[in-house]
Design a protein around this ligand. Structure first.
Ligand SMILES: NC(=O)c1ccc[n+]([C@@H]2O[C@H](COP(=O)([O-])OP(=O)(O)OC[C@H]3O[C@@H](n4cnc5c(N)ncnc54)[C@H](O)[C@@H]3O)[C@@H](O)[C@H]2O)c1
Length: 261
């Protein structure tokens, strides 16, 4: 596959996005890391010699996402892979308490950001004269397969990501572009610990302490532990590889067996 791999939400060294950039760089991809805020220093954590750059973009703003795609094409001549990883947990808690603004922002980041990214990537991958094809991977969630209590806004947005994935995959397959989603379970990243984040929400939904929620969650999965960012990253890198040319429209669980459909 020619061109660069663009990864959104890749600015936090402990997150899934940065782990994905590392995995793709290790596979030989040039990588363009994007996030709301990120410093070039983050690139030092990539494999030695990786061809890489950073670009600040808010995925809720389509003009910024188009600028990210333009930068990728100007610098590398084309986009080979695009990973819509940026996401945020908002509007967690009982449905009766979810505010309009949190609902809308949750859809705008998780579903809207994915839409902007898919559209920007397809526009370049299908550009006149382009025979490249391409790979698009959208980061959904286990909550995009089964809606857990107190995650209504987030689950709705992550379900939307899977619908978007299926529709775009069905549309662009003849252009040599595959589009897939990954659905991670509980992955040990900063997203879990934030105020109003996964641990606080799970604890409130089950009427237990945050500490108890933290202890219980890893044991809920058949593998008896949380998923690691690098395990999600290696699936994304596989989906971006030539070997995965026949996989499209899929929504692949990486949940340690906790989600099975
Ligand atoms: N950690 C989990 O348990 C888990 C489980 C399932 C799915 N996910 C999904 O995985 C993806 C990565 O999350 P993570 O767990 O690595 O957490 P993370 O917080 O480390 O990564 C999310 C990244 O998205 C960025 N981001 C947020 N809003 C943005 C915006 N408007 N524009 C651009 N970037 C924005 C953040 O700055 C951050 O770097 C997210 O889509 C998340 O919903 C995480």
């Amino acid at each position: 596959m020619n061109g660069v791999a663009v990864i959104t939400g890749a600015g936090r060294p402990t997150g899934i996005g940065f782990a994905t950039a590392k995995a793709l760089a290790a596979d030989g991809w040039p990588v363009l890391l994007s996030d709301l805020e990120l410093e070039d220093a983050v690139l030092e954590g990539l494999p030695t010699g990786a061809d890489s750059a950073t670009f600040v973009a808010d995925v809720t703003d389509s003009a910024q996402v188009e600028a990210l795609a333009d930068f990728a094409v100007e610098r590398w001549g084309g986009i080979g892979a695009w990973v819509n990883n940026a996401g945020a947990l908002l509007g967690a808690g009982p449905i009766a308490d979810v505010g309009d603004e949190d609902w809308q922002r949750c859809q705008a980041i998780n579903a809207g950001g994915c839409f902007h990214g898919c559209r920007a990537a397809v526009r370049r991958m299908q550009a006149e004269g382009s025979q490249r094809g391409g790979r698009i991977v959208n980061v959904s969630s286990q909550a995009g397969k089964t809606g857990p209590p107190h995650f209504a806004a987030y689950a709705a947005a992550k379900f939307a990501v899977i619908g978007l994935t299926q529709s775009v995959a069905a549309e662009v397959g003849r252009s040599g572009i595959t589009v897939n989603a990954v659905c991670p379970g509980t992955v040990d990243t900063p997203l879990l610990d934030e105020p109003g984040g996964v641990w606080e929400t799970m604890a409130a939904a089950r009427g237990i302490s945050v500490e108890r929620a933290r202890e219980r969650a890893p044991r809920a999965a058949p593998i008896g532990r949380m998923v690691e960012p690098r395990e999600v990253a290696s699936m994304i890198a596989y989906l971006c590889s030539d070997a995965a040319a026949a996989i499209s429209g899929a929504a692949i669980n990486i949940t340690g067996g906790d989600e099975v459909h």
